[in-house]
Design a binder for this molecule. Structure first.
Ligand code: UDP
Length: 244
C-alpha cells in the first residue's frame, strides 16, 4: 500500500473503497491489525506527544479523515485521493461483512454504542454484533473491559474513546484480545450512527467546511477546531520550509 508522510506520520493513499477492501482482507488473515483515522488535530497531537506519534507510526492502516490532510498532502507535493472518514468507512464496512465476522462496539456515552448497534443491525440484517459497552479508556478499567470483549470473541473491535485515548488503548491492549483481527479507533462514529450528532450537509463536507458546522453545533470544540484549522496548517508550512 502506498503511504505518504505528513509531519512524520504515515498516511495511506486510499479511497474509501480501498479502505473497506483492505479491512475485509485484514479480517480474513490471522494477524492482528490496528486501523486509525487520523485528522488534522491528531497530527498536531502526534507532533507534541511522542507516545501517540509512535502509535500512528506503527498502525497498519491510517485513513485520511480530514480535508486538512488532503490540503497538507498537496502543499507538500504529495497526493491523497479523497477524505476517508471513520463513520463512512464503518457504515460501508458493515455492508461488506459476512455473517461469520463478529463485531464489538466499545466506547461513547452511556447507551450510545447500543443505539448505534441497533441502527447498524437494521441496515445490515446479516451483521453479527456480539457486544456493546461504553466502558472507559482508564487503565484501571481495562481488565474488566478486556474480559467482556474476550467473552464475546469479536473479530472486529470498534473503539470510540476519541483520540489519542482510543488508539493508545488499542496499542496497549490488542495483544490481550486474541479473537480480534482488526481494532479500529473511530472517534465520534457511534454518535453519528446513533443520531446523537448530525453530519454537516454534503455541500459543507465537499467544501471542506464541516468544521464550521461542528463549531456552530458544539461551540465547546473551539480549541480543537483552532488546532485543526490554524495550528495544523502553520505546522505543515513550517515543516515544509525547514526541508527546503
Ligand atoms: N468518549 C468516551 N470516553 C471518554 C472520552 C470520549 O467514550 O473518556 C467518546 C465520546 O463520547 C465520543 C467519542 O469518544 O463518542 C469521541 O468523540 P469526538 O467527538 O472527540 O471524536 P472525533 O470524531 O472528533 O474524533
Amino acid at each position: 500500500m502506498l503511504r505518504i508522510s505528513l509531519l512524520n506520520v504515515p498516511i495511506d493513499v486510499v479511497t474509501r473503497t480501498d479502505a473497506v477492501d483492505t479491512i475485509v482482507q485484514m479480517l480474513a488473515s490471522s494477524s492482528q491489525r490496528h486501523v486509525m483515522t487520523p485528522n488534522s488535530e491528531m497530527l498536531v497531537e502526534a507532533h507534541r506527544n511522542k507516545e501517540f506519534r509512535r502509535v500512528l507510526q506503527q498502525s497498519d492502516l491510517n485513513l485520511p479523515d480530514s480535508h486538512g490532510l488532503l490540503w497538507a498532502a498537496r502543499y507538500t507535493g504529495q497526493c491523497l485521493p479523497e477524505r476517508v472518514t471513520g463513520v463512512d468507512t464503518v457504515r460501508e464496512l458493515c455492508k461488506h461483512l459476512d455473517a461469520h465476522t463478529s463485531v464489538f462496539l466499545l466506547g461513547a456515552g452511556d447507551g450510545i454504542a447500543e443505539k448505534a448497534a441497533k441502527k447498524l443491525q437494521q441496515k445490515n440484517p446479516h451483521l453479527k454484533i456480539v457486544g456493546t459497552f461504553s466502558g472507559s479508556p482508564r487503565q484501571e478499567d481495562a481488565e474488566a473491559i478486556i474480559q467482556k470483549i474476550n467473552a464475546a470473541k469479536p473479530h472486529l473491535l470498534l473503539v470510540a474513546y476519541g483520540a489519542p485515548a482510543q488508539d493508545i488503548w488499542i496499542a496497549d491492549h490488542l495483544k490481550h484480545m486474541p479473537s480480534v483481527r482488526v481494532a479500529m479507533g473511530i472517534g465520534g462514529t457511534f454518535d453519528f450512527i446513533a443520531g446523537i450528532q448530525k453530519r454537516a450537509p454534503q455541500i459543507l463536507q465537499k467544501l471542506g467546511l464541516e468544521w464550521m458546522w461542528r463549531l456552530v453545533r458544539q461551540p465547546s470544540r473551539l480549541p480543537r477546531i483552532f488546532t485543526a484549522v490554524v495550528v495544523f496548517p502553520l505546522l505543515v508550512m513550517h515543516s515544509r520550509a525547514r526541508v527546503q
